[in-house]
Ligand binder design. Structure first.
Ligand code: ZN
Length: 460
C-alpha cells in the first residue's frame, strides 16, 4: 500500500509538470498532501483489537471494559453499558479536546463527533495526545487514527474545516440576511475571504448535530452533549448560537493564556446562563479579540493544566450522561493555589441572544411541570430507599445490629461465620461468661475501711 501511495505522488508530480496552467497546481498540491497523510497513516497502522459486541463485567485480563463495568457492581453507576448509546460532539481537538476525546474513547462512549480546522504542529508536542510523526496531518485525521486504534467500538466522525467568524453571529443576532455575510477563514487561509462557504460551514455544524442516524429514537438533537474545547471567544459564541437554536445542552471549557488556571461550565439553554448572557468584559466593551493578539507572542500552555481541565470536563460529562453524582454548574481551577471555585449562573433576561430569550420563556412555562416531576422523583427515591436494602448480595454477611441490646450482639456475632467455617480459637465473647476474679466495684464502705487502715499505719 505504501508503494502504491508513493507511485501516486510521483504521478501527481508528473501531472503538475505537464500542466502549463499553474492555477491548477494548488489543487494538485492539496491532493499530494492528502496522499502524504495517507502514507503516514498506513506506516503507523498497527494491529487493532476486534470490536466487542456487548460490554461484559467478566473479570479477565482480555476484557477492555471490566474495570468500567465494576462501577456498576460497586453501586456508583446504575447501568454503565448505557454509555454506548450516547453521542458527544467535541468542538476543537486541541490541548483539552484531544485529551477529552481520548478519555471518552477509553470509557467506551458510543459516538464521537470531532471538529477542528487546524493541523498538528511540533509546537503542540508540549501537550498530551498528538505524536511527532503526526505533524502535518489535520488534527481530526490524527485523532481518528489514534482513537480508532485505542477503541474500535467507538463510532468516530470528523469534520475538519469547521470555523465561523463572529461577523456571522453579529449579523445573525441583528437579524440580517445570511447570504450577505462575509467572514474570514483565519489560520488555514489567512485573509482568504468567503461569503457563503463559511455560513455553510456553520450550517454543516448544525446539521451534523441534528443527524440522528446513530440513534433514530432519540428526542431532540442527534447528540447528547456538546463539549466546547476551543481557544477563542468567537468560536464559543458560534457553539453557543448553535446550542441555543437546537436547545442543546453543552459544556464549555477553557484554560487561561498564562496556562495556570482553567474552568468548565455547564450550559442548559433557558435554564442556566448562556455564553452571551455574561460576556467577558473585554468583549462587552466592543473590543475585537483579534486585535488583542500580538505578532510573535503566543499563549503559554501546560500539559498539566490542560489535562486537569480535560479530566474535570469528562468527569462531569460521565456524571451528566450516566446520571450519578452531582454535575458542576461552573468549576474553576487555580493551579497556583490549588483552588477550585464553584458557582451557578442564572440566565440573563436581557441577554443579547434571541434564541436564549426564547429558551428562557419556554423554561419558565415548563417550570411547574418540571418541579412536580422532580418532587415525585424525590419521593419515589425516598420510599424505595427505605424499602430496599443497600446491597442485595451480601457475601461477607455484614449486618447492622442494635448495640443497645447486648443479647442481640452476642447472637449475631456467634452466628456470623459462613457455612462450613469454624473458629480455631475460643470466641472472644466466651471471656465475658468466665467468672470474674474478684469484686471490681469499690463501694463507699470499702473506702472508709481503707482510710482507717491508712490512718492506723500513719499512727505507728
Ligand atoms: Zn443568554
Amino acid at each position: 500500500m505504501e508503494a502504491e501511495l508513493k507511485d501516486m505522488i510521483d504521478d501527481l508530480e508528473s501531472l503538475k509538470r505537464s500542466l502549463p496552467d499553474s492555477s491548477l497546481h494548488a489543487s494538485i498540491n492539496k491532493l499530494e498532501l492528502r496522499v502524504e497523510n495517507l502514507t503516514k497513516m498506513a506506516m503507523s497502522a498497527t494491529a487493532r483489537r476486534s470490536k466487542v459486541k456487548d460490554m461484559s463485567s467478566e473479570v479477565v485480563d482480555s476484557n477492555p471494559y471490566s474495570r468500567l463495568m465494576a462501577l456498576q457492581r460497586m453501586g456508583i453507576v446504575e447501568n454503565y453499558e448505557r454509555i454506548r448509546e450516547f453521542s458527544v460532539a467535541i468542538v476543537g481537538v486541541g490541548g483539552v479536546g484531544s485529551v477529552a476525546a481520548e478519555m471518552l474513547t477509553r470509557c467506551g462512549i458510543g459516538r464521537l463527533l470531532l471538529y477542528d480546522y487546524d493541523k498538528v504542529e511540533l509546537a503542540n508536542m508540549n501537550r498530551l495526545f498528538f505524536r511527532p510523526e503526526q505533524v502535518g496531518m489535520t488534527k481530526t485525521d490524527a485523532a481518528v487514527q489514534t482513537l480508532a486504534d485505542i477503541n474500535p467500538d467507538v463510532v468516530l466522525e470528523e469534520i475538519n474545516v469547521w470555523t465561523i467568524s463572529f461577523n456571522i453571529l453579529r449579523q445573525k443576532l441583528l437579524g440580517g440576511e445570511r447570504r450577505a455575510y462575509k467572514c474570514t477563514r483565519r489560520y488555514r487561509f489567512s485573509s482568504f475571504t468567503l461569503n457563503i462557504t463559511t455560513v455553510q460551514g456553520f450550517e454543516t455544524f448544525m446539521s451534523s448535530l441534528r443527524n440522528k442516524s446513530f440513534r433514530p429514537s432519540k428526542e431532540g438533537s442527534g447528540v447528547d452533549l456538546v463539549l466546547s474545547c476551543v481557544d477563542n471567544y468567537e468560536a464559543r459564541m458560534a457553539v453557543n448560537q448553535a446550542c441555543n437554536e437546537l436547545n442543546q445542552t453543552w459544556m464549555e471549557s477553557g484554560v487561561s493564556e498564562d496556562a495556570v488556571s482553567g474552568h468548565i461550565q455547564l450550559l442548559i439553554p433557558g435554564e442556566t446562563a448562556c455564553f452571551a448572557c455574561a460576556p467577558p468584559l473585554v468583549v462587552a466593551s466592543g473590543v475585537d479579540e483579534r486585535t488583542l493578539k500580538r505578532e510573535g507572542v503566543c499563549a503559554a500552555s501546560l500539559p498539566t493544566t490542560m489535562g486537569v481541565v480535560a479530566g474535570l470536563l469528562v468527569q462531569n460529562t460521565l456524571k451528566y450522561l450516566l446520571k450519578f453524582g452531582q454535575v458542576s454548574s461552573y468549576l474553576g481551577y487555580n493551579s497556583l493555589k490549588d483552588y477550585f471555585p464553584t458557582m451557578a449562573m442564572k440566565p440573563n433576561p436581557q441577554c443579547s441572544n434571541a434564541a436564549c430569550l426564547e429558551r428562557q420563556k419556554e423554561c419558565i412555562l415548563a417550570k411547574p411541570a418540571r418541579d412536580a416531576a422532580a418532587k415525585a422523583k424525590m419521593e419515589a427515591e425516598a420510599s424505595s430507599a427505605t424499602e430496599c436494602s443497600l446491597h442485595a448480595d451480601n457475601e461477607w454477611n455484614i449486618s447492622v445490629v442494635d448495640d443497645s441490646n447486648p443479647d442481640s450482639v452476642e447472637a449475631t456475632s456467634a452466628d456470623a461465620l459462613p457455612e462450613g467455617l469454624t473458629h480455631e480459637l475460643p470466641n472472644a465473647d466466651d471471656f465475658k461468661k468466665s467468672p470474674a476474679p474478684g469484686p471490681t466495684d469499690t463501694s463507699i464502705d470499702d473506702l472508709d475501711l481503707l482510710r482507717k487502715q491508712l490512718e492506723a499505719l500513719n499512727a505507728d
